[in-house]
Design a protein around this ligand. Structure first.
Ligand code: GLN
Length: 467
């Protein structure tokens, strides 16, 4: 019997190598778990059950898959069947990973709870009355719920790290430019990154090694300066961690989250790390407003392509303009519409410099501030999310409350830096995530620190109610 709730991808690779199970049996076990539990969790939009000789993978539905409907959680892409594979899907295929299915997400990756999916929310395996986080909530719920050993998500302002935290698993938002976006449904091009979620840091590093590296089809990609190194160290001797001074004053952080975070700092010290302080005053003050200008501005431009001609469904009209208007009105949900309005306004003549231009200048300051904060330190540490998973519907009517979920994840995304979230404890019986921010291309360092901490923390990734 394969226990998909416990099996790590690395263990699964071992089973395959020793021929203790076949790749078919492995995929079958996950498909059976999907059959059993996905009616409740709704992690998947589409179950594919593809073939390959490796460990199966699930892909967020903004990742283009040849011959397989790809909707990005939006009605405007319903029925869109791509004629090509995204580079990350192709790389997973070339590595032999069978595709289990496409996972649910906030429409166009806009959200922090997966409630903005046009196809209904996903649910948190720890408590199905709560959100799994977002926008990669389907991928995180699938892994935490034992419906996939590992999965890919996308992260613009926190959409890998935050759902990983809320579902009690590991997630990596890679350095901007390390993973190809060729064939990814674009949200905000200067921020979007693809990255893995899994139950362990080593699994995340393994999947990252499959997808990362220069892609001639995406000119924003770079060659990795060094190969991905699977972490082995159990100790943090010589590692210097920095807690931003401002974290102490952030009232949005729940007491239970703060307690788990403080306890993790203790664990880090016991493992030999030195824990100091850094300063990120502009990041927590201006990060959110800056992001909510840059991201909607770029989204409004990226989403202009959905015109009823090139993709998905069309609502007819008497003129071309009327057809486009009606198609976009029927096809986009409230959140993309809100962002298109916001972004179009911020980019309009006369406002461009005051809003988008100013936000870009603030972004430069955040980049500098992070560079200075990391001087003398190996990583910046904060909680990943200010709260644990919240009840479905709790923030749905209040966009600003939803945006506040990303307070701690957004600044480093604007700075283009890699971030790793690992589970670091429970608050009210729900997982808390620890965020580690590294230097550009510093993934190996984050893996090393994350792996050692993971050992010291000893978090059980199987949701309590499923043990
Ligand atoms: N929650 C943020 C937003 O709604 C970030 C989403 C993301 O990273 N894709 O934009």
């Amino acid at each position: 019997m394969i226990d998909t709730l416990r099996l790590t991808a690395e263990q699964a690779i071992g089973l395959l190598e020793r021929r203790e199970v076949s790749a078919e049996e492995l995929s079958e076990a996950y498909l059976a778990a999907i059959d059993e539990r996905d009616a409740e969790l709704h992690a998947y939009l589409r179950v594919v059950g593809g073939t390959g000789d490796g460990v199966p993978v699930a892909l967020k539905d903004c990742i283009t898959t040849r011959g397989i409907e790809t909707t990005a959680g939006s009605k405007i892409l319903q029925g869109y069947v791509p004629v090509y594979d995204s580079t990350v899907a192709a790389r997973c295929g070339a590595a032999g990973l069978p595709l289990l299915g496409k996972t649910n997400m906030d429409e166009f990756a806009m959200g922090s709870s997966t409630e903005n999916s046009a196809f209904g929310p996903s649910r948190n395996p720890w408590d199905p009355s709560r959100v799994p986080g977002g926008s990669s909530g389907g991928s995180a719920a699938a892994v935490a719920g034992g419906l996939a050993p590992w999965a890919l998500g996308s992260d613009t302002g926190g959409s890998i790290k935050q759902p990983a935290a809320l579902c009690g698993i590991v997630g990596l938002r890679p350095t901007y430019g390390t993973v190809s976006r060729y064939g990814i449904v674009a949200f905000a091009s200067s921020l979007d990154q693809i990255g893995p979620v899994a139950k362990t840091v080593r699994d995340v590093a393994l999947l990252y090694s499959i997808i990362a590296g220069r892609d001639p089809l995406d000119s924003t990609t770079a060659e990795l300066p060094e190969p991905v190194a699977l972490p082995e160290d159990e100790s943090l001797a010589g590692v210097r961690l920095a807690v931003p001074r401002q974290v102490a004053g952030l009232d949005a952080i729940e007491p239970g989250v703060r307690a788990a975070f403080e306890k993790t700092l203790e664990t880090a010290r016991e493992l030999g790390a030195e824990v100091g302080e850094c300063d990120l005053p502009l990041s927590y003050r201006y990060g959110m407003p800056c992001y909510y200008l840059v991201a909607p501005a770029e989204a409004s431009s990226n989403l202009a392509r959905y015109d009823g001609v090139r993709y998905g469904p069309r609502v007819v009209g008497a003129t071309y303009g009327e057809m486009v208007d009606r198609t976009r009105d029927a096809g986009f949900g409230p959140e993309p519409k809100r962002r298109i309005m916001l972004g179009t306004y911020a980019l309009s003549a006369g406002y461009y410099d005051a809003f988008y231009g100013q936000a870009q200048r603030v972004r430069t300051l955040l980049i500098r501030e992070h560079r200075e904060a990391l001087e003398g330190f190996d990583a910046i540490v904060t909680p990943t999310s200010p709260t644990v998973a919240f009840p479905i519907g709790d923030k749905a009517a209040d966009p600003l409350a939803m945006y506040a979920c990303d307070l701690l994840t957004i600044p480093s995304c604007l700075a283009g830096l890699p971030g790793l979230s690992i589970p670091c404890g429970l608050s009210e019986g729900l997982p808390v995530g620890l965020q580690l921010i590294g230097r550009q291309f510093g993934e190996n360092g984050l893996f090393r620190i994350g792996h050692a901490l993971e050992g010291g923390i000893g978090f059980d990734t199987v949701p309590e109610r499923l043990r």
